[in-house]
Write a new protein. Structure first.
Length: 157
């Protein structure tokens, strides 16, 4: 005969197994959405690239194209993270790809900021000051995330 404690353990195990299956299916849906998003952003980037020379402001078109390419890289980094989450058993292994995604996003913003600073349409000293503050904060965050990756890799060994 089964005791009530044994039944509750079986129910708990059944719930855990089904929640893990559901999590895996949701990761597959997220991966599919990321692939679709990547394709859309890349097509949009190609359209921007083809119309780059037609625009009156070349630097604005270049910023838009750079933005599309860097966003597509972020899609790829997140896709890699989801792939790791699907294939690996331990959730701790997913930490490093998320840090890489964060670094990619920060570097993307840093590149856009530096381009905007070097090609201002109207020079406003107050805006430039905030751009420089943001660049310093982004630089510090990138360094902190890099230290996090280094510590994470050392801890894994």
């Amino acid at each position: 005969m089964f005791t009530s404690e044994n039944k509750s353990d079986r129910i708990r195990i059944w719930i855990k197994e089904n929640l893990l299956k559901l999590e895996e299916y949701l990761y597959f849906l997220i991966a599919l959405g990321l692939i679709i998003g990547f394709i859309i952003v890349m097509i949009d980037g190609l359209v921007v690239l083809f119309h780059l020379y037609e625009s009156s402001d070349f630097s604005y078109g270049a910023i838009k194209f750079l933005d599309k390419i860097l966003i597509s890289l972020i899609f790829l980094e997140i896709f890699y993270t989801v792939t790791v989450a699907i294939t690996e058993q331990s959730a701790v292994k997913c930490v490093e790809p998320f840090l890489l995604v964060a670094i990619t996003a920060l570097v993307r913003r840093l590149l856009i900021l530096s381009f905007e600073i070097s090609h201002p349409t109207v020079f406003i000293a107050e805006r430039m000051k905030f751009y420089l503050y943001e660049m310093v904060i982004i630089g510090i965050l990138v360094l902190l995330f890099l230290v996090g990756i280094i510590l994470f890799r050392r801890g894994r060994r």
